[in-house]
Design a binder for this molecule. Structure first.
Ligand code: ATP
Length: 354
């Protein structure tokens, strides 16, 4: 069942401006929609409106064809997983998972069957008699997930479910969660500020800033064609260089940048050139490319390659390189034409630039 939001506005009483206004969102049936954006942009408020824990000021929320805007939270067929797990400390794992079923007054046999099924899916069967304090962080979050899926919700809402876990566990749980979501097939809306998580898990991605949607679509499309410099920087921290053009020469602040045979798109005298750290090359590059003179500042080992921090005419840039470079080395960076992004002076992507 698809979930949609139409013209949705939330204005907290007394606040100067709405948290978000006139939002339109479409979440595909059975898939994971990820809402990503910086802290405070309104993600949690939007999720709470979907759950029915919060009432929007205006607009509508549709679950399939049904308008649920005025429907009580308990009757929406939604379940929510919280960042802080929100488990009952005095109840066993079994009773925590069983809680929504007891509230719905299911008989003891059905409760046992359903709790066991949810525990099996989340690999918590061996721990049903334990209390939350006797579990690891990852296990606690699994209980939170089991409790959310135990009633077979049509819509599953997740608010930063992995952010209390350490990096290694977060990566493991992320993969588990993706697989589990496919198995249960509930339409899932998942909120995070972590761009890696968003790109890894999303079927449909929504990038928000200050209560506005900056871009929504397939994660690959957003990553390869960010609509503006905010999206480009937020998803994959793109290097952004202000470029001034005068006749056929282009400059980056104090250092000169060479654009061999570029750009094809009509560009204003000032524009922004974007490229990702992983697309930078030190060796010769065939064909059209941009060339930037840089000075190395710092190099961080990241397994088989290095994240190299550099400076180009006062601008800080990052490159992922296999080569060993040292502070103060002066280098020429080459960025192949296909890896270049162009934005106008307002930050908007210039269509068809490359
Ligand atoms: N109950 C409330 N009453 C008034 N203002 C609120 C309330 N809850 C949230 N806000 C405000 O709404 C704005 C959006 O908050 P929200 O929690 O939705 O952001 P977020 O994007 O989820 O951020 P984070 O990632 O930090 O959780 C913030 O400015 C916040 O202070």
């Amino acid at each position: 069942m698809p979930v949609a939001v139409r013209n949705l506005t939330k204005h907290w009483p007394g606040a100067e401006r709405p948290v978000f206004s006139s939002l339109d969102i479409d979440c595909p049936a059975g898939g994971i929609t990820i809402i990503v954006g910086p802290s405070g942009c309104g993600k949690t408020t939007l999720l709470r409106c979907l759950s029915g824990l919060e009432t929007p000021t205006s607009g509508s929320i549709l679950f399939g064809k049904q308008d649920v805007t005025q429907v009580d939270s308990q009757h929406r067929g939604v379940a929510m997983v919280f960042q802080n797990y929100a488990l009952y400390p005095t109840k066993t794992v079994f009773e925590n998972i069983a809680f929504p079923l007891r509230m719905a007054r299911l008989d003891a046999q059905s409760i046992r069957t359903r709790v066991r099924a949810a525990a099996a899916l989340t690999r918590m069967e061996p721990y049903l008699d334990r209390y939350p304090a006797q579990l690891s962080g990852g296990q606690r979050q699994r209980v939170g997930i089991a409790r959310a899926i135990v009633r077979g919700p049509a819509v599953l809402l997740m608010d930063e479910p992995l952010s209390n876990l350490d990096t290694k566990l977060r990566i493991e749980m992320r993969a588990e969660l993706g697989a589990l979501q496919r198995q249960i097939g509930s339409t899932t809306v998942y909120v995070t500020h972590d761009q890696t998580e968003a790109l890894a898990l999303a079927d449909h991605l929504i990038v928000m800033r200050d209560g506005r949607i900056e871009q929504q679509g397939a994660p690959e499309d957003i990553f390869t064609s960010p609509a503006n410099t905010f999206v480009a920087d937020f998803l994959g921290s793109m290097n952004l260089v202000d470029v001034t053009r005068s006749e056929d020469r282009v400059f980056v602040t104090s250092g000169a940048v060479r654009l061999d045979g570029l750009p094809k798109a009509p560009l204003s005298p000032m524009f922004r050139l974007g490229f990702r750290a992983e697309d930078v090359q030190l060796g010769p590059v065939d064909g059209e490319k941009a060339t930037l003179p840089v000075t190395v500042r710092r190099s961080e080992l990241m397994g088989s390659e290095r994240l190299v921090h550099m400076e180009c005419g006062g601008l800080a840039l990052r490159a992922r390189l296999k080569e060993v470079v040292r502070p103060d080395d002066r280098l020429e960076l080459h960025i192949p034409a296909g890896a270049l992004h162009y934005f106008d002076e307002t930050g908007k992507r210039v269509a068809g630039a490359v």
